[in-house]
Ligand binder design. Sequence first.
Ligand code: ZN
Length: 159
Amino acid sequence: MTPSSSDQVYNRSQAQRYTMSSCVFCDILAGDLPSSVVFEDELVSAFMDIQPVNPGHVLIIPKQHAMFLADLHEETGGHIFRIAHRIAIALRRSDVKCEGVNMFLADGEAAGQDVFHVHLHVFPRFVGDGFGLRFGPEYGNKPAREELDDAAEQIGSQL
Ligand SMILES: [Zn+2]
């Protein structure tokens, strides 16, 4: 089979269409959906969240589709944080109401991920904005040192 056969071209475009239509962030990157872009370069795009926690809520995403952190190249992950760092500083310098900044990344449905294309939230906070984190019932129970050491060993051995 030759690579230039019309069947293969057709199949490739079908596959691309499927990938695009299944991911709202890829649709935004493709220009099929509107976005208010804060910053972009060859690796990442940063744009305004359409459902902000507070005004000034920015999302930073890799340009290459990655569902989870495990699918994301480490260099790109580092770059996402570099841009988030700059945006957090820019938020404080801007006229947006900003007394503090949160960054939030949900990796997996259990963590609250709703769009399965890695994205880092950067949003301004101010006293009385109503946003908060809710802790589970076990939060107050401090684990024994050996439990912490065991967890450290288990996680560290997988790095
Ligand atoms: Zn995507």
